[in-house]
Design a protein. Structure first.
Length: 270
């Protein structure tokens, strides 16, 4: 039997494909029944945004949730993408034909605009191969001002090289995507990611006075400080495991063929 206390976040709508859960006043989690990432609706007094949008196949379910919240897609001013993986960005192309701006960190924007299928994990998802246009390239320190919400953009690489976290300091809302999940679960290190960068990013999140964790997958959490401490411990364990695995290999014999390939490719003499 689990010791975890029941969630304090009300479920406003639930069906076979999606759920709409209230995280705070004017903040909603759209949680999908398949492998798609969570989307978050933040309805500000001046403008309204979606943070991540799930897979393209989830778009009808997303529209159902948005309509239930009395915020149909045409009322969304901006879509903010946390990183380049398709389970977070697949439905973004539906917003490109609207008045909606689509934003991402510049490294994610570059991969998305170049349609870097390897970085986007396209093979993992049966998604339409359509272009997604990024209108705004975000950087560390940018502020997304919604009127009654002010979201600070933090560059938090590790899961990939392009991950961002959004933090609303006054309300303690931490939109951490796949950098941190409830229970201290980590989103893994993919392609351009780095466990060392991951640890540094988690240390930055530990220094925040977060009250609610709104992550890329799973439930909402009202224990973000506990979650991040657990994730840091796990990430250090992963770093140690990686070092032991590397030491177990004969590094010189494994890297020599790679270096020879580089020399051959560049036609360099020894």
């Amino acid at each position: 039997m689990s010791d975890r206390k029941p969630t304090s976040f009300p479920v406003l709508m639930k069906n076979d494909t999606c759920s709409l859960i209230q995280a705070a006043d004017d903040v909603y989690q759209l949680r999908f029944a398949n492998r798609a990432a969570n989307a978050y609706l933040v309805r500000g007094s001046a403008r309204t945004i979606l943070i991540d949008v799930g897979l393209s196949s989830n778009y009808p379910a997303m529209v159902e949730c948005l309509n239930f919240a009395d915020c149909p897609p045409e009322k969304i001013d901006m879509v903010v993408l946390s990183h380049e993986h398709l389970d977070h960005i697949g439905a973004a192309w539906h917003f490109n034909e609207r008045r909606t701006f689509v934003a991402a960190h510049r490294l994610a924007a570059n991969k998305i605009m170049l349609r870097d299928d390897f970085s986007m994990l396209r093979k993992m998802f049966n998604e339409p191969n359509v272009p997604i246009n990024i209108d705004i390239w975000l950087e560390e320190g940018n502020l997304i001002d919604l009127g009654n919400f002010r979201l600070n953009v933090m560059y938090t690489p590790g899961h990939t090289s392009a991950c961002i976290t959004l933090f609303e300091q006054d309300k303690g809302l931490l939109f951490a995507a796949d950098t941190l999940m409830p229970g201290g679960v980590m989103g893994g290190v993919f392609g351009s990611g780095s466990i060392s960068d991951y640890i540094q990013s988690l240390e930055r999140l530990k220094g925040l006075e977060a009250k609610i964790l709104l992550s890329g997958h799973g439930r909402l959490s009202d224990t973000p400080q506990e979650d991040v401490r657990t994730a840091i411990a796990r990430s250090h364990g992963l770093l140690e495991d990686t070092a032991q695995l590397f030491d177990a290999l004969d590094a010189r014999s494994n890297f020599e063929p790679i270096m020879q390939s580089v020399r051959d490719l560049n036609k360099l003499d020894d």
